[in-house]
Design a protein around this ligand. Structure first.
Ligand code: ADP
Ligand code: MG
Length: 693
């Protein structure tokens, strides 16, 4: 239950004065539909109205606050002309102009003979100063309140600065004082204000410099948000640890047989990761480990070895992949090796229906088969295991924490290994996995050549197509990735179809197309033909299955590479260069290229180290965009910016550890305040892991 003290913040914005049902929709788009959302809607700039020159001295183009006497109203002679109000100060005349004005209104705010403060942008019109639609018109006694620094808020179509500012002010006014959840000594040391004061300060920047995320007010708010995130993760994690795991230690005989069937040696990194995983499994605490490694770094083999260890110990293991294609690919890798060890593997995907599915389910439930590979079909309700010991989840950042936990719940104290091909910078790791243990595959299997990455302007598309044609003649296959269109899948698909048609008119039936709107079976068929058949150029939207293995593909063309996140480019590039052939990646960009975009493409050209690329990306773009928001699944922060607040994140994590050591159920003063914090940032799901009180 949300604490009562927070009620005012979680009311709908329509309960604020001045926001009606029509505006409410716009506010919802802009910030969110509740009072708290407006509180989090921080200014992005300021307008300084402290510039108060004489009219004659006012610089054109600058916002000025002037004191003038109203002389005369010049009503327009036609509808096209503006309504002018001629004013003076001791130095010069100035026209205050209104387009489409209501004369009554203008006469009311600027009565002839009166002195008025007007504030707005001064322009020069035929040599005479003028000010169109002043932001403020006020009587002289209000000079103080007009001549201040005003926050400027991000807007959305249909809302003006004035309306947003008023709404935010009303939201702030209704914000309650909250109990302090920060350690007093830390608060002092940082020089931070209490929450409500910090919130007000963040909305009242005294200058442009105070928009900076490193100002005390913004730091405090960011810290609160990170603290809520870390506390929630720690509570979930603690409860996971409380359910005891089991010791799973095999004698190694199955692993040995599988290893001897491998046509290659494990890399040092694979061997190390395997040891780490086996040690976790053998421990009686429950394993929750992340296996990170670039596409092609050989995660599947490591997973298989862990799975076989579970079988050696008399249990079952399951591997879940995010898509049908990936599940099949894992199955194809695992099956022959498991076979060499005399262990059957069952494949279960959404396509298995009716009797076949029933049969598969009963064999899992009876423990007749020990290993299963599949899609989310594996965690549907009717799937039961006899003795599931290990769940491997190939995440490719598509599953959420909840799905992870569903599979885990299919056994008792199930060990969990999460695999991801997205190199996740440490800061992001912390915010989405807490202090989850991680093994890294930071070493490529032997014999892989570095990919030759080139950055090419889109104007040279014809040459690129020629080059692809020549390579095709020499027996190479090409992935052709069409531009990411974040707003619309339909537009994205249309672009891919267009490129497909163009390439087809030149290369005929050797061109294929896959996109996100195709049926899975059709996609699979095209992919299979690309992999082993007659298709040599595969045009794809970004949905091309990131893990798909096509050894003959040595060329990757990415259109509008500047629109992609670095991590995404890195993933895509990982599709090629998997055989022993020299591979080439062409990043096509639209000119002119912005500075950051240029910098990012340069990083791609210079590095193939996924972890380095991810760190760079975080620096260059900030976490929100790091993975492409569409499929990231990472928590989004409203107030914290991980590219600048990473030190606060580390502190928050340590802070949480200390708090939970001292007050494990959050029942002391600070503890109870921290509960409020969890609700404030809507991490309240974590509260259920606490004893009530
Ligand atoms: P990931 O899942 O990390 O993308 P995979 O496990 O699919 O990578 O492995 C990619 C390819 O590399 C597979 O064809 C696999 O057989 C091969 N491979 C894995 N480990 C090694 C190794 N140590 N030496 C050579 N090839 C390997
Ligand atoms: Mg793989």
């Amino acid at each position: 239950m949300r604490p009562e003290v927070l009620y005012p913040l979680f009311r709908p914005v329509t309960e604020l004065p001045g926001i009606g049902p029509r505006n409410a929709k716009l506010f919802e788009q802009l910030a969110g539909g509740r009072v708290v959302d407006l509180c989090w809607h921080l200014p992005s700039g300021v307008i300084d109205r402290g510039y108060q020159p004489r009219v004659a001295d006012a610089e054109p183009g600058r916002i000025a606050t002037l004191t003038v006497n109203v002389e005369q109203h010049l009503e327009p002679r036609s509808r096209k002309q503006p309504y002018r109000v001629r004013c003076w100060d001791e130095s010069s005349a100035i026209d205050i102009v209104f387009f489409h004005a209501k004369p009554d209104y203008v006469r009311k705010i600027l009565p002839v003979g009166a002195t008025r403060i007007v504030s707005g942008k001064v322009e020069s019109y035929h040599g005479l100063p003028q000010m169109a639609h002043p932001d403020h018109v006020a009587p002289p006694e209000q000079r103080e309140s007009v001549g201040t620094v005003e926050p400027v808020y991000p807007l959305t179509q249909g809302l003006t600065q004035k309306v947003v500012r008023k709404a935010v002010a009303a939201a702030l006014k209704s914000a309650p004082e909250l109990p302090e959840w920060l350690e007093p000594s830390y608060l002092r040391q940082q020089g931070w204000a209490p929450w409500r004061q910090a919130l007000e300060n963040a909305h009242a920047p005294g200058s442009e410099a105070e928009i900076d995320p490193q100002t005390p007010a913004r730091q405090r708010l960011a810290y609160d948000e990170l603290l809520a995130n870390q506390l929630a993760l720690a509570l979930v994690r603690r409860s996971q640890r409380k359910t005891k795991g089991r010791r799973i230690a095999g004698d190694g005989h199955l692993r040995e047989q599988a290893l001897s069937a491998l046509p290659f040696e494990l890399t040092g990194a694979q061997a190390r990761a395997t040891r780490e995983i086996l040690a976790d499994m053998a421990d009686d605490a429950r394993m929750l480990r992340l296996l990170q490694g670039d596409v092609g770094s050989g995660k599947t083999v490591v997973a298989l070895l862990a799975m076989l260890a579970a079988v050696e110990a008399g249990g079952q293991a399951a591997l879940m992949a995010p898509t049908e294609i990936l599940a099949r690919q894992h199955y194809a890798t695992i099956q022959p090796l498991a076979d060499a060890a005399g262990v059957e593997v069952l494949l279960l995907t959404g396509r298995d229906k009716g009797k076949a599915r029933q049969q598969a389910l009963s064999r899992l439930a009876s423990g007749d088969v020990k290993l299963a590979v599949g899609t989310h079909a594996l965690f549907q309700e009717d799937v039961a295991f006899d003795n599931l010991c290990l769940a491997v989840i190939d995440e490719q950042h598509r599953f959420g924490v909840h799905q992870r936990m569903t599979l885990q719940a299919k056994g008792r104290g199930v060990d969990v290994l999460v695999m991801t091909a997205t190199p996740i910078p440490r800061t992001l790791m912390l915010t989405s996995y807490g202090d989850m243990e991680a093994s890294k595959l930071d070493e490529k299997p032997a014999g892989r050549k570095p990919v030759d990455t080139r950055v090419v302007a889109l104007d040279r598309l014809d040459q690129v197509v020629d080059g692809v044609g020549r390579s095709m003649a020499a027996g190479h296959k090409t992935f052709w990735v069409c531009p990411l269109v974040e707003e619309s899948e339909a537009v994205e698909v249309a672009a891919a179809e267009e490129r497909y048609t163009a390439l087809k008119s030149r290369f005929g039936a050797r061109v294929g197309l896959v996109h996100g709107r195709m049926r899975a079976a059709d996609k699979d068929r095209v992919m299979a033909e690309f992999k082993d058949g007659d298709i040599d150029i595969l045009v794809a939207t970004t949905v091309i299955e990131v893990g798909v293995d096509v050894p003959a593909a040595t060329i990757m063309v990415i259109e509008h590479a500047e629109r992609f996140g670095l991590a995404q480019l890195h993933q895509l590039r990982g599709r090629i260069g998997r055989g022993d052939q020299q591979a080439t990646c062409l990043l096509l960009y639209q000119t002119p290229l912005g500075e950051t975009a240029a910098e990012r493409l340069k990083v791609m050209r210079e590095s193939e180290d996924g972890f380095r690329i991810a760190e760079q990306d975080l620096k260059l773009r900030g976490a929100g965009e790091l993975l492409g928001t569409r499929q990231s699944g990472f928590p989004e922060f409203r107030l914290a910016d991980l590219s600048v607040h990473d030190d606060l994140l580390a502190t928050a994590r340590d802070d949480v550890q200390l708090v939970l050591e001292r007050d494990s159920e959050l029942q002391g003063d600070r503890g109870r305040a921290l509960r409020v914090l969890l609700y404030l940032f809507e991490r309240d799901a974590a509260v259920k892991y606490l004893r009530s009180g």
